[in-house]
Write a protein that binds this ligand. Sequence first.
Ligand code: FE
Ligand code: FE
Length: 200
Amino acid sequence: MTITAQELQQLRPQEVGAPTFCDHLFEYLTVAGQSRYDESVTQLEHGLQCAHLAEQAGFDSAAQIAALLHDIGHLILDEHAGHDDFLDDDLSHEVVGARLLTRWFGAEIGQPVALHVPAKRYLVATEPGYVSGLSEASVRSLEVQGGPMTAQEIELFTNRPYFKLAVDLRRWDDQGKVPDAGTPPLSHWRHAIIERALSD
Ligand code: FE
Ligand code: FE
């Protein structure tokens, strides 16, 4: 591993410059992203498929980056599994990821990522048939994540900025699990990442 999760978390585009920041990020994703997302795809393949779906649907580069990086918290948490000395056990992957992405790119990318798990609970509660299209792993994690939203939770959720984008992201998330799906490589998003990374 050339760059550790801890080093990644300390990385600031403001300090190293956006191109170098992007190099380190891609280096991390290329190595840590080889871990399995589920039976069908790796974490990196999952992120690439989600970003590609966002692009194909005509969404802007912020949505594409959010889709590409929405599960970065999984990579960071997995890497720390077994030495939980500095991470709270109950930090959820979407919170860990959103914290980092907000620092790097702002709320436009951090917030939809923070809400991609609540968005599943929202869709289960509001869309008949949604749950039947979920993967086994998604159904299993739903319980731990709190099950379907209550009416009050739905009201709160739909008042949050970026909730709509979080719901779109959730749909790409559900679809981005196809074995050997052809996607552009990581470098396809390099320009967008450099452009969106906060520089001051
Ligand atoms: Fe996720
Ligand atoms: Fe995901």
